[in-house]
Design a protein around this ligand. Structure first.
Ligand code: SF4
Ligand code: MG
Length: 322
């Protein structure tokens, strides 16, 4: 059988912002030709700095945003151009968990209402939906007796558990989690990551797990894709990518991940990148990473490197490796 999710050349171009004088700026290519496959039950970590297009990619995958071009095939069906109505039978299989649990939950709805809503849309009876919501609360480590409370009565970590329960209500096969722990206290982050990992195993879920650093996705991912300025610059099996990153950007991101052994941590070399990522409205020519790359050569300023196989993964760099 084929992959659960197959993404080809996904692109999102936003119209340029209008300036005070009313003139429109250049269109912004937020996502520029992203392709990958995801098997059922597999987790892809999608990592990059803010503004690299990872959230936009995630929203396109669950069709909260319509791509400018490219295709999304889910379970063998092209869902790229389906209308909201045509999408309805697939909706239940594609769910999203958002970054800020409190702002993604309606403050005027009870937990029961929040978790039941997707079920009522699918035609469940109120009684069955409420029973299912209570089961889901238990599954994610909440107290089912608190089902009639409101989101503000819960901590950030608990609120994210509510968001996860809601995403699970319709028994999805794929969950796109957009930085699901970055708004939470550090002490709570590991609990939520562990919960999501357990749910994946027990329910056979596939995840696209979005994060801005490589430490968060290390535990949950089977494969990792690193994005820079709208493109995947390295994608491969987790172990290979963490043990021998091939793209200079991946190396820099990885050098910021704390090592568990303090001695190794002291010896290790930090690669500090100069400056911020350039604006996607005015991407540099050639390799878009060249203004910040410690390995940049002349060719990097003119020729765009395409993804190609290097050291058993795909890398977009003229000089992969160390
Ligand atoms: Fe650096 Fe050149 Fe590789 Fe781009 S192509 S990452 S500038 S070495
Ligand atoms: Mg984001």
């Amino acid at each position: 059988s084929g992959p659960l999710l197959s993404v080809r050349d996904l692109t999102m171009t936003f119209p340029g912002r209008r300036s005070a004088s009313g003139r429109r700026g250049a269109p912004v290519r937020a996502v520029d030709g992203v392709s990958f496959d995801l098997a059922a039950g597999e987790t892809l970590g999608l990592v990059g700095e803010s503004g690299c297009g990872k959230s936009t990619t995630g929203r396109m995958l669950v069709r909260l945003l319509e791509p400018t071009s490219g295709s999304i095939t889910f379970d063998g069906r092209d869902i790229t151009r389906l209308s909201q109505r045509g999408l309805r039978p697939h909706r239940r299989h594609l769910q999203m968990v958002f970054q800020d649990p409190h702002s993604s939950l309606n403050p005027r709805q009870t937990v029961a209402r929040i978790i039941c809503d997707p079920l009522l849309v699918q035609g469940w009876s109120a009684t069955d939906a409420r029973r299912r919501a209570a089961e889901l609360m238990d599954l994610v480590g909440l107290i089912p007796e608190q089902i009639d409370r409101y989101p503000h009565e819960f901590s950030g970590g608990q609120a994210q558990r509510i968001g996860i329960a809601r995403s699970l209500a319709t028994s999805p096969r794929l969950i796109v989690a957009d930085e699901p722990v970055s708004a939470l206290d550090v002490s709570v982050q590991a609990q939520i990551v562990n919960l999501m990992e357990r749910l994946r195993r027990e329910l056979g879920l596939a995840y696209v797990f979005i994060a801005h650093d490589l430490s968060v996705v290390k535990r949950v991912s089977d494969r990792v894709a690193v994005m820079y300025l709208g493109r995947i610059v390295e994608i491969g099996e987790k172990r290979a990518l963490y043990e021998s990153p091939q793209h200079p950007y991946t190396r820099a991101l990885l050098s910021a991940v704390p090592l568990p052994d303090p001695a190794a941590e002291r010896r290790r070399e930090r690669i500090v990148l100069l400056g911020d990522p350039p604006s996607p409205a005015a991407p540099p020519p050639g390799c878009t990473f060249h203004p910040r790359c410690p390995k940049a050569q002349e060719v990097c300023r003119t020729e765009r490197p395409l993804l190609r196989i290097a050291a058993s993964r795909e890398v977009a760099c003229h000089f992969p490796g160390d």
